[in-house]
Design a protein. Sequence first.
Length: 189
Amino acid sequence: MTDILELLKSRRSVPARMMTGPGPTPAEMDTLLTIATRVPDHGKLTPWRFVIFEGEARVAAGAIIERLHVAKNPDADAERRAQERERLTRAPTVIAVVSTAAPHPKIPEWEQQLSAGAVCTLLMVAAGGMGFAVNWLTEWYSYDPEFRAAIGLAEHERIAGFMHLGHAAEKPADRPRPALADLVTRWSA
Ligand SMILES: Cc1cc2nc3c(=O)[nH]c(=O)nc-3n(C[C@H](O)[C@H](O)[C@H](O)COP(=O)(O)O)c2cc1C
């Protein structure tokens, strides 16, 4: 097992277009989602769920994305259409983390949405620890009501992330990280 602190200190996204197979086996998927759901969750509401895209289902979902893009952009050329069609086939496995946040008498929706973000983060870290390349993407179709409905989301549900999982021959070079000095203050009266 990778040392947890070393993993966290070196975590880096791998662009989905650099990914190859395989994705997680069913047993690995169980491990991954069991870890991802072990997040802080105010009120124990479980305000999130998962939709997994594997194999031909990715192709079918890509065809919907292409159709919706062309409906809004009738002049889209073949290259652009292919880019849209291939959105969910870049990686062998894509897990949509869905926020099911809804009004609640005690727990603000904001906190429920934060919990869905925490699920994405934990899933990403766990997948990295299991040796997978990961990319957390939303892209335009996450915000498209027709696409959300087509993949079975209710009106109030939102995509927290399409988590792309696969393998990559190499990790891309790191990007500049924020300087803590610019972010941290110590409050005093
Ligand atoms: C909620 C969320 C949505 C994101 N959506 C996209 C996206 O649609 N396209 C993209 O290029 N990066 C997106 N990113 C950023 C990448 O996941 C990633 O953080 C970025 O490429 C930097 O890489 P790093 O994780 O190694 O810092 C998103 C990040 C978050 C938190």
